[in-house]
Design a protein around this ligand. Sequence first.
Ligand SMILES: [Zn+2]
Length: 170
Amino acid sequence: MPRTIVTYPNPVLAKKAAPVVEITEEIRALAAEMLEIMYADKGIGLAAPQVAESIRLITVDLSGPDKREDPHVFVNPVLSNLEGEVESEEGCLSVVGYRTTVKRAERLHLSATDLDGKPVEMDADDLMAICLQHEVDHLDGVLFIDKISKLKRTLYERKLKKWLKEKNED
Ligand SMILES: [Zn+2]
């Protein structure tokens, strides 16, 4: 069965994902499928836990969702040298019907490996830095709604409860 995006409050989204030990054919196939799902659902980033695979792998393409010009797959990504502060509006394919401003570091360094197991070292800023922080958070079981004020979170939970109830009544 093809994978689909899981949404909050699915518990897999709150789990710390395990490191990828070996890049197998299955891992490569998962990455290819994640890119397809990301484009189809009009996202610019996706983390493996969002398709219910609790492993440390993310896909990013800032040229998306309309273009497919800059696909990246990062295995076991680690962020360091986080500097500065920016606030921007974020949404998440796993958090239905909600966008809000989130504070993030403005610049950072990414260390990861690619699908050939080769090391990747990259400095990132702007949207790439924000996107990487959002996706790596997913690998640690953190969603952007975990970073907003208690009041905003309560309002979102209330809205979500109503939606889920309406869905069940359909
Ligand atoms: Zn997300």
